[in-house]
Design a binder for this molecule. Structure first.
Ligand SMILES: [Zn+2]
Length: 268
């Protein structure tokens, strides 16, 4: 515990910044063209996702209590028996198709690289909502009263998006052998694998395009990846330790269920 409280958290004003696309396409490897997502790729994603669909459970949670609803995924907090991260598969696939065909990609980037980063960015965003809840729980244990939600809706969304982009760039894979329902393989595709060669450029390029595709460059965007004052203060001293543990695949706060076992899909 003492190690966590000594570690400071993301600072007010920290922001994930993309590369300029003009610069990327001028300085990077020559672009080959847009990518159209093959039908069998989508079929395979849906096939892999099939055992994880939990529409009824999600609807029950939604009818009963507060659920965090993002455009492409949802997070059900852990006071609910339906706790978990729910990927909105249909919406994701249709948005992904628009994303992949919007930009001209270099040869090291294929549909697999794009999908991997796409899914992991959404995953880390929802995971950040979960860790915010962990921080609130820990504060409750230390200070007594119920602190959740810890911050305004806007501050939390921006904070989660900051962690999503930052982490997807540094760690584009789940820890250990943990499986993400929408990724047919836990192997990181070769074009974004490793810390040398073209991989760092490709990761940054894909994330930058995603940033523009999702309109994160609009200053008023709810999901602008920036740390607001009330977010930084709300998680102060506790964030890095808890976030690091989840990136490593460990549950720190004794939640009713382990989050990596609560990753689901939904058509809702
Ligand atoms: Zn969110």
């Amino acid at each position: 515990m003492s190690r966590w409280v000594q570690v400071n958290t993301p600072k007010v004003g920290d922001e994930w910044k993309p590369m300029s696309l003009q610069e990327a396409f001028e300085k990077g490897p020559p672009p080959v063209g847009p990518i159209s997502v093959p039908g069998d790729f989508k079929d395979n994603v849906v096939r892999v996702a099939k055992p994880y669909f939990r529409d009824e459970e999600l609807q029950r949670a939604r009818d009963r209590e507060h659920v965090i609803e993002d455009p492409l995924a949802l997070y059900v907090p852990y006071h609910s028996p339906e706790m978990g991260i729910y990927f909105r598969v249909k919406r994701m696939l249709s948005d992904f198709q628009a994303f992949a065909s919007k930009y001209s990609w270099p040869s090291g980037v294929t549909v697999n690289e794009l999908w991997h980063i796409y899914v992991m960015t959404i995953f880390w965003h929802e995971m950040a909502h979960h860790v915010v809840e962990d921080v609130a729980t820990l504060m409750e244990w230390m200070g007594g009263s119920n602190q959740y939600p810890l911050m305004s809706h806007l501050a939390e969304e921006r904070f989660c998006e900051f962690n999503a982009f930052t982490t997807a760039e540094r760690q584009p894979s789940p820890p250990g052998r943990h499986k993400i329902p929408l990724l047919p393989s836990i192997q990181v595709p070769s074009g974004i694998k490793g810390k040398s060669g073209v991989a760092p450029f490709n990761k940054r390029l894909i994330l930058s395009c995603l940033y523009y595709h999702w309109g994160r460059d609009y200053p008023t965007s709810t999901y602008r990846p920036i740390v607001e004052g009330d977010a930084s203060h709300a998680v102060d001293g506790l964030w890095n330790g808890l976030w690091g543990a989840h990136k490593g695949g460990y549950d720190v706060v004794k939640a009713p269920y382990e989050i990596y076992k609560c990753l689901y899909c939904t058509t809702l």
